[in-house]
Design a protein around this ligand. Structure first.
Ligand code: PYR
Length: 379
């Protein structure tokens, strides 16, 4: 399992690795925060973007004096590879060995449903930045998320598809082996029924499948206006590519959820994904100095544009740092109390938590459409 340490200007990485953090003089000058993200495997695009967002914010926070009157934050990022067991092992290490008061992540809802019960039981604040399934924060009182649940975003996307593009008759597809994908589908179905869509068929597939021809051939014969799809980015890309190969015309739009909201979709599927709609709490061209600076700095540092996963992670690092400061100590209980008082205005816009530890508002949600392999905001 790869293990990454990030801090700014405090100490060379080599000496960090050489001695357990808790016994170094350096450790007294730092607060160590953990993160569990997908940095390898098919879903690595999500975790890599999150890592980029976290580290950019971390650098800024530490350069501006850190937390608790001058302590730097050191971030230990563990790679889960999208594997639940690996994510749980990472959590056990971060909590047991590194004694972190806060874990950021894990990346996927599927992973959070495994990790959350462990960190919650150990009373370690855990903040998902990209976990959008129903029931995440219900895992327990130490589980927060800064990501909007699909149930807040998907209805906006489907309503736009109806109002702007006259979508009435749909086929629905989802991966039936992933908690996020199933939950996203449930939200899509509820919204479709509410909007009075005709659901021509519901088709499932496995996240590791590469042949979707049976489902797509059936859908092709149904003359639908659009296909909703709830899955992670790799299988979505495969479905979209195969749909066009099988002759489902570009006029039949795909409508995705959070799993689709990654530039990876355009990288894999290219023009085949054009027209695909997603709801998003953030978009790259969002006006305002904070976002413009974030986009420019992220690009300079990472050599590519940020995406929504990076933006949510960037704000989350600030939210966590502020909570540590408000708490007055690197103490999980106190940080938990402080998070409830969050009143932050970052690249995502104004942010606070509900009593249920979810984002308080979905007002900033916009709908993006894929064009030439890139997401653009719908005017
Ligand atoms: C989730 O796993 O919840 C995502 O939104 C990708």
């Amino acid at each position: 399992m790869s293990r990454l340490l990030s801090t700014v200007g405090a100490i060379a990485i080599g000496s960090l690795l050489a001695a357990p953090a808790a016994t170094t003089a350096w450790a007294q000058e730092t607060v160590t925060v953990g993160a569990i993200e997908i940095l390898s495997g098919p879903s690595a695009a999500y975790g890599t973007a999150i890592k980029g967002g976290l580290e950019l914010a971390l650098d800024e926070i530490n350069a501006a004096g850190g937390v608790l009157g001058g302590k730097k934050i050191a971030l230990i990022i563990e790679d889960s590879a999208g594997n639940k067991d690996q994510a749980v092992n990472a959590a056990r290490k971060l909590v047991g060995r590194d004694k972190v008061p806060v874990v950021i992540g894990p990346t996927l809802s599927n992973e959070m449903f495994a990790v959350g019960p462990v960190t919650n039981e150990r009373k370690v604040v855990t903040v998902g930045t990209s976990t959008t399934a129903k029931g995440i924060t219900e895992i327990g009182p130490f589980i927060f998320r800064t990501s909007l649940p699909e149930s807040d975003v998907v209805p906006v996307t489907l309503k736009t598809a109806k109002d702007k593009f006259g979508v009435k008759k749909i086929a629905m597809m989802y991966a039936n082996d992933d908690a996020f994908s199933k939950s996203g589908f449930d939200s899509m179905k509820a919204a479709a029924e509410q909007l009075g869509f005709e659901i021509a068929t519901i088709e499932t597939f496995g996240s590791k499948d590469s042949d979707f021809s049976a489902q797509l051939t059936k859908i092709k014969g149904l003359n639908v206006d659009a296909i909703t799809i709830s899955a992670l980015v790799e299988p979505i890309s495969g479905v979209v590519l195969q749909a066009r190969q099988l002759g489902i015309p570009a006029s039949v739009r795909f409508i995705g959820g959070n799993g689709a909201n990654s530039p990876k979709l355009g990288e894999i599927a290219g023009g085949a994904a054009d027209g695909l709609l997603v709801g998003s709490p953030w978009f790259i061209a969002k006006k305002g100095e904070t976002n413009e600076k974030f986009v420019a700095d992220y690009k300079k540092r990472n050599g590519k544009d940020p995406d929504q996963f990076a933006a949510q992670a960037y704000d989350t690092m600030y939210i966590v740092a502020k909570a540590i400061d408000t708490a007055g100590a690197a103490d999980s209980d106190k940080i938990r109390e402080a998070l409830y008082k969050t009143d932050f205005n970052g690249v995502m816009g104004p942010f606070s938590f509900t009593q249920g530890r979810d984002p308080a508002s979905n007002e900033g949600v916009v709908v993006l459409a894929m064009k030439n392999g890139r997401f653009e905001i719908l005017e």
